[in-house]
Design a protein around this ligand. Structure first.
Ligand SMILES: NC(=O)c1ccc[n+]([C@@H]2O[C@H](COP(=O)([O-])OP(=O)(O)OC[C@H]3O[C@@H](n4cnc5c(N)ncnc54)[C@H](OP(=O)(O)O)[C@@H]3O)[C@@H](O)[C@H]2O)c1
Length: 252
């Protein structure tokens, strides 16, 4: 496959200032995308990411707010108005046992992980005029496992899996493919952002790596290669698929 597989394309990556999203945005840019619009609530990580490649366009936008979706649509319009690839990557994790959960926290996680992709996909649909347009959603293997202590996160990702399947069929007549990547544990800031202490993160990752047949937790490149693979034209007969990328963790 040519390294310029996304030549002239406009790509949106939510949560593109950090972690998996930042690495995915760079991968699209390195493979020729004309513009990769990266979003998030904080300007600073977006600006730092954008400094890494001239095709990266930082847009401060909260996925839970309709005005966030408007800002992304405006950025696509400024770049010709045709959207080729939308990656729903923004997400939050929190480890909170059931007896400490409250309604606001449940709503917060569902708003970001589920309401966000629904709002943004709906707003950007008219811009998906490109033949071979595609949506890739970052789910999690938590959607398919018992997740004691992070049940709401797992439920949010189960909802995401359901959206992927429904949208794949609903949007197929418009020529839009919809797929997902379900990572196992990947080295990013997500646990720290979710309030997990550094000691607990080290303990968790060591224990987790020991349960992964491949013997390690993931790196961001393990995930981004599948995000771009699902979005590229060579995958034009793949839709409604959720690729598990977890070193075999789900098998044991
Ligand atoms: N790392 C893992 O082990 C793992 C495993 C399975 C799945 N995932 C999934 O991978 C995705 C990326 O996570 P990551 O590991 O790369 O963690 P991360 O570095 O914490 O990335 C999360 C990104 O989402 C953005 N975000 C959060 N709330 C947002 C909102 N309301 N509006 C817009 N952007 C928002 C954050 O930016 P701001 O804070 O600036 O808004 C941040 O850039 C998530 O969907 C996560 O559930 C991760």
């Amino acid at each position: 496959m040519s390294s310029k597989v996304f030549a002239d394309q406009v790509v949106v990556v939510t949560g593109g200032g950090t972690g998996i999203g930042r690495a995915a945005a760079l991968a699209f840019a390195e493979q020729g995308a004309a513009s990769v619009i990266i979003t998030g609530r904080r300007a600073e990580p977006l600006a730092q990411a954008a400094a890494e490649h001239p095709a990266l366009v930082p847009v401060v936008a909260d996925v839970t707010r309709p005005e966030g979706a408007e800002a992304v649509a405006a950025a696509v319009a400024e770049r010709g108005g045709q959207l080729d690839v939308l990656v729903h990557n923004a997400g939050v994790f929190a480890e909170i046992p059931l007896d400490d959960l409250n309604a606001d926290e449940v709503r917060r996680q569902l708003e970001i992980n589920v309401v966000g992709p629904v709002l943004l996909t709906g707003r950007l649909l008219p811009l998906f005029t490109s033949p071979g347009a595609s949506v890739v959603v970052v789910s999690s293997i938590s959607s398919r496992l018992a997740a004691p202590g992070h049940s709401v996160y797992a439920a949010s990702k189960a909802a995401v899996d359901s959206l992927i399947r429904s949208w794949a069929v609903e949007l197929a007549p418009k020529g839009i493919r919809v797929n997902g990547v379900a990572p196992g544990n990947v080295e990013t800031d997500i646990l720290g952002v979710g309030g997990v202490t550094p000691d607990r993160i080290s303990e968790w990752r060591e224990g987790y790596a020991a349960t992964v047949p491949a013997g390690r937790i993931g790196g961001v490149a393990d995930i981004t290669s599948w995000i771009t693979r699902l979005a590229e034209p060579a995958s034009s007969w793949v839709t409604g698929e959720i690729i598990t990328v977890d070193g075999g963790r789900l098998l044991v």
